[in-house]
Design a binder for this molecule. Structure first.
Ligand SMILES: Cc1ncc(COP(=O)(O)O)c(C=O)c1O
Length: 304
Protein backbone atom coordinates (compact mmCIF):
# COMPACT_ATOMS: atom_id res chain seq x y z
CA UNK A 1 0.00 0.00 0.00
CA UNK A 2 1.44 3.43 -0.88
CA UNK A 3 2.35 5.54 2.13
CA UNK A 4 1.89 9.30 2.16
CA UNK A 5 5.09 10.62 3.67
CA UNK A 6 5.25 13.88 5.62
CA UNK A 7 6.08 17.05 3.71
CA UNK A 8 9.83 17.55 3.96
CA UNK A 9 13.01 18.35 2.09
CA UNK A 10 15.66 15.65 2.44
CA UNK A 11 19.39 15.96 2.03
CA UNK A 12 21.07 12.59 1.57
CA UNK A 13 24.84 12.99 1.63
CA UNK A 14 24.61 16.33 -0.17
CA UNK A 15 21.81 15.43 -2.58
CA UNK A 16 18.46 17.20 -2.13
CA UNK A 17 15.57 14.79 -2.58
CA UNK A 18 11.84 14.51 -2.02
CA UNK A 19 10.93 12.15 0.86
CA UNK A 20 9.66 9.54 -1.65
CA UNK A 21 13.05 9.45 -3.37
CA UNK A 22 15.27 9.22 -0.30
CA UNK A 23 16.34 5.77 0.90
CA UNK A 24 18.93 4.50 3.34
CA UNK A 25 21.12 1.54 2.42
CA UNK A 26 20.06 -1.63 4.26
CA UNK A 27 23.70 -2.24 5.20
CA UNK A 28 23.94 1.15 6.89
CA UNK A 29 25.09 0.65 10.49
CA UNK A 30 22.56 3.22 11.68
CA UNK A 31 19.84 0.86 10.45
CA UNK A 32 21.62 -2.33 11.57
CA UNK A 33 22.81 -1.30 15.03
CA UNK A 34 21.53 2.19 15.85
CA UNK A 35 25.17 3.15 15.21
CA UNK A 36 24.36 6.79 14.53
CA UNK A 37 24.17 10.25 16.05
CA UNK A 38 21.64 13.02 15.64
CA UNK A 39 20.77 16.61 16.44
CA UNK A 40 17.55 18.61 16.22
CA UNK A 41 17.25 22.38 15.80
CA UNK A 42 14.47 24.71 14.74
CA UNK A 43 14.26 28.03 12.95
CA UNK A 44 13.16 31.39 14.25
CA UNK A 45 12.62 33.32 11.04
CA UNK A 46 15.64 32.83 8.84
CA UNK A 47 17.96 31.39 11.47
CA UNK A 48 18.41 28.10 13.26
CA UNK A 49 18.78 28.81 16.95
CA UNK A 50 22.13 27.70 18.40
CA UNK A 51 23.07 25.68 15.33
CA UNK A 52 26.79 26.01 16.19
CA UNK A 53 26.13 24.55 19.64
CA UNK A 54 24.18 21.66 18.10
CA UNK A 55 27.01 20.94 15.68
CA UNK A 56 29.58 21.18 18.47
CA UNK A 57 27.53 18.63 20.42
CA UNK A 58 27.42 16.41 17.34
CA UNK A 59 31.24 16.49 17.35
CA UNK A 60 31.28 15.75 21.07
CA UNK A 61 28.90 12.80 20.53
CA UNK A 62 31.17 11.54 17.75
CA UNK A 63 34.15 11.63 20.13
CA UNK A 64 32.17 9.72 22.77
CA UNK A 65 31.29 6.98 20.31
CA UNK A 66 34.66 6.89 18.55
CA UNK A 67 33.19 8.00 15.25
CA UNK A 68 35.19 10.00 12.72
CA UNK A 69 32.81 12.41 11.06
CA UNK A 70 33.15 12.50 7.28
CA UNK A 71 32.30 16.20 7.05
CA UNK A 72 33.35 19.30 8.93
CA UNK A 73 30.75 21.07 11.05
CA UNK A 74 31.00 23.97 8.56
CA UNK A 75 29.95 21.58 5.78
CA UNK A 76 27.04 20.18 7.83
CA UNK A 77 25.98 23.76 8.53
CA UNK A 78 26.03 24.64 4.82
CA UNK A 79 24.03 21.52 3.96
CA UNK A 80 21.47 22.23 6.70
CA UNK A 81 20.83 25.72 5.30
CA UNK A 82 20.67 24.27 1.76
CA UNK A 83 17.97 21.84 2.91
CA UNK A 84 16.07 24.65 4.62
CA UNK A 85 16.18 26.62 1.39
CA UNK A 86 14.89 23.62 -0.61
CA UNK A 87 11.88 23.32 1.70
CA UNK A 88 11.23 27.05 1.48
CA UNK A 89 11.35 26.91 -2.32
CA UNK A 90 8.70 24.15 -2.25
CA UNK A 91 6.41 26.42 -0.25
CA UNK A 92 7.15 29.35 -2.55
CA UNK A 93 6.23 27.30 -5.62
CA UNK A 94 2.94 26.38 -3.98
CA UNK A 95 2.35 30.07 -3.17
CA UNK A 96 2.21 29.32 0.54
CA UNK A 97 3.88 31.37 3.31
CA UNK A 98 7.10 29.84 4.59
CA UNK A 99 6.65 28.05 7.89
CA UNK A 100 9.06 27.71 10.77
CA UNK A 101 11.24 24.68 10.16
CA UNK A 102 12.26 21.65 12.20
CA UNK A 103 15.57 20.15 11.16
CA UNK A 104 17.08 16.79 12.11
CA UNK A 105 20.56 15.76 11.07
CA UNK A 106 21.46 12.09 11.41
CA UNK A 107 25.00 10.86 10.88
CA UNK A 108 25.66 7.12 10.74
CA UNK A 109 29.02 5.40 11.03
CA UNK A 110 28.59 4.25 7.46
CA UNK A 111 27.63 1.31 5.27
CA UNK A 112 29.37 -1.97 6.00
CA UNK A 113 29.37 -5.72 5.98
CA UNK A 114 27.55 -7.34 8.92
CA UNK A 115 29.84 -7.26 11.95
CA UNK A 116 30.90 -4.71 14.54
CA UNK A 117 34.53 -4.27 13.45
CA UNK A 118 35.66 -1.12 11.73
CA UNK A 119 37.21 -3.43 9.13
CA UNK A 120 33.61 -4.22 8.05
CA UNK A 121 33.06 -0.59 7.02
CA UNK A 122 32.72 0.01 3.30
CA UNK A 123 32.05 3.76 3.39
CA UNK A 124 32.73 6.88 5.42
CA UNK A 125 29.95 8.31 7.62
CA UNK A 126 26.63 8.89 5.87
CA UNK A 127 24.29 11.76 6.67
CA UNK A 128 20.65 12.63 6.23
CA UNK A 129 19.11 16.02 6.90
CA UNK A 130 15.34 16.25 7.24
CA UNK A 131 13.78 19.71 7.08
CA UNK A 132 10.05 19.82 7.71
CA UNK A 133 7.49 22.44 8.70
CA UNK A 134 7.27 23.11 12.42
CA UNK A 135 4.16 24.45 14.15
CA UNK A 136 5.14 26.39 17.26
CA UNK A 137 3.13 25.43 20.34
CA UNK A 138 -0.11 27.34 20.87
CA UNK A 139 -0.93 29.41 23.94
CA UNK A 140 -3.51 26.75 24.93
CA UNK A 141 -0.93 23.96 24.70
CA UNK A 142 1.47 25.92 26.89
CA UNK A 143 -1.29 26.72 29.40
CA UNK A 144 -2.29 23.06 29.57
CA UNK A 145 1.34 22.04 30.13
CA UNK A 146 2.62 18.47 30.16
CA UNK A 147 1.55 15.54 32.33
CA UNK A 148 4.58 13.41 33.09
CA UNK A 149 4.93 9.94 34.51
CA UNK A 150 8.05 8.92 36.38
CA UNK A 151 8.91 5.78 34.46
CA UNK A 152 9.89 2.52 36.11
CA UNK A 153 12.54 2.35 33.38
CA UNK A 154 15.96 3.74 34.30
CA UNK A 155 17.92 6.31 32.30
CA UNK A 156 20.97 4.61 30.80
CA UNK A 157 23.93 4.53 33.17
CA UNK A 158 26.85 6.71 32.04
CA UNK A 159 28.96 3.54 32.03
CA UNK A 160 26.53 1.94 29.57
CA UNK A 161 25.25 4.19 26.78
CA UNK A 162 26.33 7.61 28.08
CA UNK A 163 23.30 9.95 27.90
CA UNK A 164 25.72 12.80 27.08
CA UNK A 165 26.04 11.20 23.64
CA UNK A 166 23.06 12.00 21.44
CA UNK A 167 23.00 8.70 19.63
CA UNK A 168 20.32 7.30 17.35
CA UNK A 169 19.71 4.61 19.96
CA UNK A 170 16.64 5.95 21.77
CA UNK A 171 14.78 2.68 22.34
CA UNK A 172 14.95 2.94 26.13
CA UNK A 173 13.46 6.45 26.11
CA UNK A 174 10.97 5.49 23.44
CA UNK A 175 9.66 2.60 25.56
CA UNK A 176 9.33 4.89 28.59
CA UNK A 177 7.35 7.28 26.37
CA UNK A 178 5.05 4.55 25.02
CA UNK A 179 4.39 3.16 28.49
CA UNK A 180 3.59 6.61 29.88
CA UNK A 181 1.20 7.36 27.06
CA UNK A 182 -0.59 4.06 27.49
CA UNK A 183 -1.10 5.12 31.13
CA UNK A 184 -2.65 8.40 29.94
CA UNK A 185 0.37 10.70 30.40
CA UNK A 186 1.98 12.97 27.81
CA UNK A 187 5.54 11.83 28.38
CA UNK A 188 7.96 10.26 30.85
CA UNK A 189 10.75 11.18 33.24
CA UNK A 190 13.52 8.73 34.03
CA UNK A 191 15.51 8.19 37.23
CA UNK A 192 18.93 6.60 37.68
CA UNK A 193 19.57 3.36 39.58
CA UNK A 194 19.87 5.30 42.86
CA UNK A 195 16.46 6.91 42.44
CA UNK A 196 17.70 10.34 41.39
CA UNK A 197 15.72 12.14 38.69
CA UNK A 198 17.75 12.51 35.50
CA UNK A 199 15.72 13.93 32.59
CA UNK A 200 12.78 13.29 30.31
CA UNK A 201 12.72 11.16 27.18
CA UNK A 202 13.65 14.16 25.00
CA UNK A 203 13.93 17.07 27.43
CA UNK A 204 15.66 18.31 30.57
CA UNK A 205 13.73 18.87 33.78
CA UNK A 206 13.65 21.70 36.33
CA UNK A 207 11.63 22.44 39.45
CA UNK A 208 11.10 25.63 41.44
CA UNK A 209 10.83 25.70 45.23
CA UNK A 210 10.71 28.97 47.18
CA UNK A 211 11.82 30.81 44.01
CA UNK A 212 14.97 28.69 43.69
CA UNK A 213 15.34 26.95 40.32
CA UNK A 214 16.75 23.43 40.56
CA UNK A 215 17.85 20.97 37.88
CA UNK A 216 19.87 17.72 37.98
CA UNK A 217 23.61 18.14 37.39
CA UNK A 218 25.26 16.86 34.20
CA UNK A 219 27.15 14.15 36.10
CA UNK A 220 23.92 12.39 37.12
CA UNK A 221 23.96 11.18 33.50
CA UNK A 222 21.90 13.41 31.20
CA UNK A 223 22.19 15.11 27.87
CA UNK A 224 23.93 18.49 28.13
CA UNK A 225 20.83 20.22 26.79
CA UNK A 226 21.49 23.38 24.84
CA UNK A 227 18.24 24.89 26.09
CA UNK A 228 19.03 23.77 29.66
CA UNK A 229 22.34 25.62 29.48
CA UNK A 230 20.77 28.79 28.02
CA UNK A 231 17.90 28.79 30.51
CA UNK A 232 20.32 28.49 33.44
CA UNK A 233 22.19 31.52 32.03
CA UNK A 234 19.04 33.55 31.40
CA UNK A 235 17.73 32.73 34.90
CA UNK A 236 21.04 33.69 36.46
CA UNK A 237 21.26 36.97 34.54
CA UNK A 238 17.79 37.88 35.67
CA UNK A 239 18.58 37.45 39.32
CA UNK A 240 17.13 33.99 39.97
CA UNK A 241 18.97 31.61 42.24
CA UNK A 242 19.76 28.38 40.39
CA UNK A 243 21.09 25.07 41.68
CA UNK A 244 22.31 21.93 39.94
CA UNK A 245 21.88 19.07 42.39
CA UNK A 246 20.67 15.49 42.56
CA UNK A 247 17.15 14.93 43.88
CA UNK A 248 14.64 12.06 44.16
CA UNK A 249 11.19 12.20 42.54
CA UNK A 250 9.61 13.13 45.92
CA UNK A 251 11.14 16.58 45.46
CA UNK A 252 9.02 17.05 42.34
CA UNK A 253 5.89 16.12 44.30
CA UNK A 254 6.65 18.94 46.77
CA UNK A 255 7.70 21.51 44.16
CA UNK A 256 5.94 24.85 43.66
CA UNK A 257 6.46 24.62 39.88
CA UNK A 258 7.98 22.24 37.36
CA UNK A 259 9.09 22.89 33.80
CA UNK A 260 10.94 21.15 31.01
CA UNK A 261 13.36 22.50 28.43
CA UNK A 262 14.24 21.47 24.89
CA UNK A 263 15.02 23.07 21.55
CA UNK A 264 11.45 22.55 20.40
CA UNK A 265 9.57 23.30 23.63
CA UNK A 266 11.84 26.10 24.92
CA UNK A 267 10.69 26.54 28.57
CA UNK A 268 7.49 24.51 28.88
CA UNK A 269 5.26 24.06 31.95
CA UNK A 270 4.80 20.64 33.54
CA UNK A 271 1.41 20.67 35.24
CA UNK A 272 1.37 17.11 36.55
CA UNK A 273 3.93 14.52 37.68
CA UNK A 274 2.40 11.12 38.41
CA UNK A 275 -0.78 12.08 40.28
CA UNK A 276 0.56 15.29 41.79
CA UNK A 277 -0.36 18.68 40.29
CA UNK A 278 1.98 21.48 41.32
CA UNK A 279 0.21 24.88 41.35
CA UNK A 280 -3.19 23.13 41.05
CA UNK A 281 -2.29 22.12 37.51
CA UNK A 282 -1.53 25.61 36.14
CA UNK A 283 1.81 26.93 34.85
CA UNK A 284 3.77 28.58 37.66
CA UNK A 285 4.78 32.26 37.89
CA UNK A 286 8.52 31.66 37.60
CA UNK A 287 7.98 29.26 34.68
CA UNK A 288 5.89 31.81 32.76
CA UNK A 289 8.41 34.57 33.49
CA UNK A 290 11.35 32.40 32.41
CA UNK A 291 9.54 31.35 29.23
CA UNK A 292 9.04 35.02 28.36
CA UNK A 293 12.62 35.99 29.25
CA UNK A 294 13.97 33.09 27.21
CA UNK A 295 11.80 34.00 24.21
CA UNK A 296 13.00 37.61 24.43
CA UNK A 297 16.57 36.35 24.45
CA UNK A 298 15.84 34.13 21.42
CA UNK A 299 14.53 37.16 19.49
CA UNK A 300 17.78 38.97 20.28
CA UNK A 301 19.92 35.98 19.29
CA UNK A 302 18.09 35.34 16.03
CA UNK A 303 16.94 38.91 15.19
CA UNK A 304 13.52 37.40 14.52
C1 LIG B 1 17.35 12.97 26.33
C2 LIG B 1 17.27 14.41 26.01
N1 LIG B 1 17.44 15.31 26.99
C3 LIG B 1 17.35 16.64 26.75
C4 LIG B 1 17.06 17.13 25.49
C5 LIG B 1 16.97 18.61 25.25
O1 LIG B 1 18.13 19.06 24.61
P1 LIG B 1 18.18 20.43 23.80
O2 LIG B 1 17.78 21.49 24.74
O3 LIG B 1 19.61 20.54 23.39
O4 LIG B 1 17.23 20.29 22.66
C6 LIG B 1 16.90 16.22 24.43
C7 LIG B 1 16.63 16.71 23.09
O5 LIG B 1 16.36 15.98 22.18
C8 LIG B 1 17.01 14.84 24.70
O6 LIG B 1 16.84 13.94 23.71
Amino acid sequence: MPITLPKAAINLNGEILAPEQAAVNIFDRGFLYGDSLYEVARTYGNTFLHLEAHLDRLEQSARLCHMTLGQSTAEYRTQIYRTLEALRQDYKKEGKPTPEVYCRIIVTRGIGKIGFGLNCLLSPTQYVIIAQPFDPFTFEQVQTGMKLQVSHRLRNDRRALDPAMKSGNYLNNLLAYLESSSDGFDDALLCDSQGFVTEGTTFNIFYVKNNIIVTPPLDVGILDGITRRSVLEVAHHNGFETRECRFPKARLYEADEIFMTSSLREVFPVTQVDHIKPGQGFPGKVTVQLRQLFQKQIREWTHS
